[in-house]
Design a protein around this ligand. Structure first.
Ligand SMILES: O=C(O)CC1=CCC(=O)O1
Length: 96
């Protein structure tokens, strides 16, 4: 199942820079592992903001919930999720 997930990061302004850098590095490793596995298909920066638009390819809602709630930045994010399905005009075989 495909989902579009928009994540807006809101780190507390008083979080020490070293702590923020550590969480971001952990987040990067977490997301890159999922990208390698093909579960995190797209990761795009929303220009001009500390937010991303991502496409996840997961088994079901429960797997998406597990992945998203495991994000190191999860406590500092606003998240919106949209389920996706194949568009009848799509020419891409990998759009399911
Ligand atoms: O910077 C972000 O948008 C948050 C994030 C998600 C995956 C990652 O590596 O950073």
């Amino acid at each position: 199942m495909l989902f579009q997930v928009e994540m807006t990061v809101k780190l507390p302004p008083d979080m020490p820079a070293e702590q923020a850098a550590k969480i971001k590095a952990t987040e990067k490793a977490y997301s890159q592992k999922l990208q390698d596995q093909g579960k995190w298909r797209h990761l795009w920066r929303v220009a001009g903001s500390y937010a991303n638009v991502s496409i996840f390819d997961v088994e079901d809602n429960a797997e998406l919930q597990k992945i998203v709630s495991g994000l190191p930045l999860f406590p500092y994010m606003e998240i919106s999720v949209k389920p996706l399905c194949r568009h009848p005009s799509s020419i891409r075989d990998d759009d399911r």
